[in-house]
Design a protein around this ligand. Structure first.
Ligand SMILES: NC(=O)c1ccc[n+]([C@@H]2O[C@H](COP(=O)([O-])OP(=O)(O)OC[C@H]3O[C@@H](n4cnc5c(N)ncnc54)[C@H](OP(=O)(O)O)[C@@H]3O)[C@@H](O)[C@H]2O)c1
Length: 329
């Protein structure tokens, strides 16, 4: 990261704020970080925590839907981390075209601006919901992945994707929801069998850093995330409190998928990640495996939250919730 200029779209969000903090602490020799997003209030609040007078930071108000502004934002950048998105499933279901404008057309603006400005590397945050999508948000993230992987055909700018999972305890996730509902004397459970993948914020940061340091362009990097059962989260938060089964909501799946069956032939295992290699272009999967000590996965491989080999226990979940509530109140 020495002397690099880095642009973070969605830099005022949960990931963006944590990533800026991480970069300032661990990479003090970075040249400049540009934080890009729309809401000026979030910029003001973030600038109180990370003042530009003290750190090599620029706060840039802008919308990724605005092509001209994206062109400006990418000027002189070495790395772009693209985190800006509409990310709430029900909101995207009700406003599909708004989701498409940000999560698809906005992404194309990021790609075009990076290419026009000869940015070396661009990393996008996708989602497990992009695999066999069941909702508008997931479909928009699948589109993002396709746009990014296709952009590698153009020229020397490298485009890589990381598939993020639910950040445990993050805003809008099941943990704050259950903590709020507990006071009403019952917990609404969509389905007793429902499972989800989980990563911590630190694992999300490590994933993006891995992509920056080891990405070749054209791949999707997937963390070997553990799963949890929704019922176990309910038990960890409020043992003995009544559960009311409310049914799966439109666009929700019983289990999530991190690597789909159709991707198995292109997937290799590398330490704590799976790498879905592109099927076209200059990639040679066998050569990648021998150079990186990676191993192809089995032909029938699928990475699904309901059939994971790693599970978070009620005790682990309880410990994490304790940490979160102690940190954030
Ligand atoms: N958190 C999770 O559990 C999770 C799971 C899977 C994938 N992801 C993905 O990870 C990424 C980061 O998520 P997060 O949790 O940090 O989300 P977040 O907290 O909601 O932050 C989103 C950021 O994007 C900005 N933004 C939204 N629309 C924009 C636009 N049109 N132009 C410019 N900036 C825009 C927001 O600021 P303004 O609204 O002020 O513009 C904010 O800074 C997203 O791409 C999300 O889809 C997250």
């Amino acid at each position: 990261m020495k002397s690099k200029n880095i642009l973070i779209t969605g830099g005022t969000g949960s990931f963006g704020t944590a990533f800026v903090g991480y970069l300032l602490e661990h990479h003090p020799d970075i040249a400049r970080i540009v934080v890009f997003s729309r809401d000026e209030q979030k910029h003001v609040e973030m600038a109180r925590r990370f003042p530009p007078s003290k750190y090599p930071l620029r706060y840039m108000v802008g919308d990724i839907r605005d092509r001209e502004r994206m062109m400006e934002a990418c000027r002189n950048m070495d790395i772009v981390v693209h985190a800006a998105a509409m990310k709430h499933v029900p909101v995207a279901e009700e406003n599909p075209m708004e989701c498409a404008k940000t999560n698809i057309l906005g992404v194309q603006n990021v790609i075009d601006a990076a290419l026009a400005n000869k940015v070396s590397q661009v990393i996008a945050l996708s989602s497990d919901k992009a695999v066999a999508p069941a909702n508008v948000y997931g479909a928009s993230k699948l589109f993002l992945e396709k746009l990014f992987l296709n952009a590698n055909r153009e020229n020397a700018t490298q485009f890589s994707v990381v598939r993020y999972a639910n950040v445990f305890g993050s805003k809008g996730s099941v943990v704050p929801f259950f903590l709020e509902k507990m006071a009403e004397g019952y917990l609404p459970i969509t389905h007793p069998e429902m499972t989800r993948f989980s990563i911590s914020m630190q694992e999300g940061l490590d994933l993006v850093m891995f992509a920056i340091q080891h990405g070749k362009g054209g791949e999707v990097i997937v963390p070997k995330a553990p799963s949890y059962r929704i019922l176990d989260v309910a038990t960890a938060i409020a043992p003995g409190v009544e559960h009311r089964i409310v049914g799966i909501r439109p666009g929700e799946k019983l289990h999530e998928m991190m690597v789909g069956a159709s991707e198995a032939a292109q997937t290799v295992e590398l330490g704590c990640y799976y790498i879905v290699c592109p099927s076209e272009g200059p990639w040679d999967k066998a050569q990648y495996c021998s150079e990186n000590n990676a191993t192809p996965v089995a032909e029938a491989f699928e990475f699904e939250s309901g059939r994971n080999t790693e599970w978070m226990t009620v005790e682990t979940i309880r410990g994490l919730i304790k940490q979160i509530t102690q940190t954030h109140g």
